[in-house]
Design a protein around this ligand. Structure first.
Ligand SMILES: [Mg+2]
Length: 228
């Protein structure tokens, strides 16, 4: 067998974060009774992505992220009197309340659990990731669950991967594959660390970046052919 250890990103790799996020955002707007004159979700998504990039580049910390994304969003819609931390809290609760799995994810984990040692490696906030992994006993599939928020470093940083391999000492780098949808965090991080990478390109986006994965799939079950 080619690999013994599989490191799964969570969002948009095993779970459809984008679908959950749309629903959670709607809950948040409803909570504040914000009427949409236009579709605000793309605005929020863009702000959120920028703020996450700042975090992944080490420019801001997790505490700032929690506050900054809704502060910028509320400013954008002219409602800067609203509490950004409350916005963040409502949104995160919405993510927990609306779990969506990618097609075939649970079946694949079920099948793989006898053969591979699997872990979750996620850049996320603990108050979201932990409860979601408790759902449907998802956590039982995994040897380790590593959440960036809890360890103070994030993919693609080397420190994050050092932590992963210290936590799973039996994992050999040459027999480990990381599977994730983000070129900038999952794939870049894996490439830099010297482990094989699989880009889970569920939304079939074009790769315009310089970061290239060893494998690319658009459908999670295709992983079966790569790992054996
Ligand atoms: Mg992801």
């Amino acid at each position: 067998m080619k690999y013994t250890h599989l490191l799964f990103d969570l969002d948009n790799t095993l779970m459809d974060f984008s679908a959950s996020s749309v629903l959670a955002f709607k809950d948040t707007l409803n909570h504040f009774e914000i009427l949409e004159e236009q579709d605000f979700y793309p605005v929020y998504r863009k702000i959120n992505r920028q703020v996450w990039e700042e975090l992944e580049n080490g420019k801001i910390d997790q505490v700032t992220l929690r506050e900054k994304r809704f502060r910028l969003f509320f400013e954008y819609i002219g409602r800067s009197e609203l509490d950004p931390l409350e916005g963040n809290k409502r949104y995160l609760q919405g993510i927990v309340d609306h779990p969506v799995y990618l097609d075939g994810a649970l079946e694949l984990l079920d099948e793989f659990k006898e053969t591979f040692t699997m872990s979750v490696v996620t850049n996320g906030l603990k108050e979201v990731q932990r409860p979601r992994l408790e759902n449907k006993n998802l956590k039982d599939y995994f040897k380790s669950i590593i959440v960036s928020d809890e360890i103070g470093s994030a993919k693609p940083q080397k420190e994050f991967f050092d932590y992963v391999f210290n936590t799973i000492p039996e994992a050999e780098k040459s027999k480990t594959l990381i599977i994730g949808d983000s070129l900038g965090s999952d794939i870049l991080g894996g490439n830099n660390y010297g482990i094989d990478t699989c880009w889970m390109n569920y939304y079939k986006t074009k790769n315009d970046s310089e970061v290239k994965a060893k494998y690319s799939i658009t459908h999670l079950p295709d992983l079966r052919n790569l790992v054996r």
